[in-house]
Ligand binder design. Structure first.
Ligand code: PPE
Length: 304
């Protein structure tokens, strides 16, 4: 299914999909002056539930703060708008995309004279890197583009303009015949994927990259907590790319990508080249949690 749905929430109102338009002089269209979230709602026995809604809404407000944007709605209103949009589209499960952006005002880099507009769109979105990717793993390439340097761009913000960095890496990977890119930071340490955080496992221990240079991923935090609950040790560690080549397992995680194994990097087979036991255990746990099958993780679900 595509992205066409019934309704989109714009600045406080649900409007028909075909009417959800912006002017060509929208500031964010010129300069990327917006922030966004990616959230998923999953089907559960008690109806659709949004995964970690509070954390996503909080991050949206954090991102907006970094760009000096005052969101003209409260956190509770944005959370309710998200639920309302899911209900209005009669979706059992979906991807949710709230965007806060500088709208139609004046041109020029100063955004302060433009209004802060908000929309929430939802649409059904299956496995981001393919169903086969979830089961068998994907092929990744260390990008020739470095992750936006922290002295040039705030890694904690999910800022629209920053995603051109991700698009360049994604295109570099696709044009080279790979499925996804792995960014290094400007010091050469492993950072993250174009739209995912990165984990690896060696000798039964799980590793992920530390926060300063990567997005504070909500799936990343969830995977760390689930892994520790399952009895694994999780270490946040700086690593060079050769650690990935020599790992037993590597995987990406993110709202869109969920938990996707990586079976090959730069021509190196990772482990035995198939989905490993640790990532399989984490996927099983993660999907049980998001579908409301694990009572102690009900705290992460917001019913619609
Ligand atoms: N790093 C980056 C750069 C990133 O964009 C994402 C999410 C993550 C890590 C994982 O964060 P979290 O979703 O909180 O676990 N990328 C979003 C956009 C993907 C897209 O193609 O659009 C997402 O997964 O929704």
């Amino acid at each position: 299914m595509g992205i066409q749905t019934e309704k989109i929430w714009m600045d406080g109102q649900l409007v028909p999909w075909e009417d959800a338009k912006v002017h060509v002089l929208t500031h964010a269209l010129h300069y990327g002056s917006g922030v966004f979230e990616g959230i998923r709602a999953y089907e559960t026995a008690a109806g659709p539930a949004v995964f970690r809604l509070k954390e996503h809404v909080d991050r949206l407000f954090d991102s907006a703060k970094l760009l000096f944007m005052d969101i003209p709605f409260t956190r509770a209103e944005i959370a309710e708008a998200i639920k309302e949009t899911i209900r209005a589209n009669n979706l059992k499960s979906c991807y949710i995309r709230p965007v806060v952006y500088r709208g139609l005002g004046e041109m020029g880099l100063n955004p302060l004279k433009c209004p802060v507009n908000v929309f929430v769109a939802v649409w059904p979105w299956g496995a981001y890197l393919g169903e086969e990717g979830l089961a068998k793993g994907i092929r990744a390439k260390v990008s020739s583009w470095a992750r936006n340097d922290i002295t040039s761009f705030p890694a904690k913000g999910k800022i629209n303009g920053g995603y051109v960095n991700s698009i360049l890496a994604k295109l570099d990977a696709l044009k080279s015949g790979y499925d996804e890119a792995i960014f290094l930071d400007t010091d050469g340490y492993v950072a993250e994927g174009s739209g995912e955080n990165l984990f690896w496992a060696k000798d039964g221990v799980i590793y992920t990259t530390p926060l300063p240079t990567v997005l504070r991923g909500i799936t990343r935090a969830s995977v760390i907590e689930l892994a520790r609950d399952l009895g694994y040790q999780v270490i946040e560690a700086k690593a060079a790319r050769d650690e990935l080549y020599l790992a037993d397992e590597v995987w990406f995680c993110g709202t869109a990508a969920e938990i996707t194994p990586v079976r090959e990097i730069d021509g190196h087979t990772i482990g035995s080249g198939v989905r490993g036991p640790i990532v399989k255990a984490l996927q099983d746990r993660f999907f049980a949690v998001v579908h409301g099958e694990v009572p102690e993780y009900e705290k992460w679900l917001a019913r619609v």
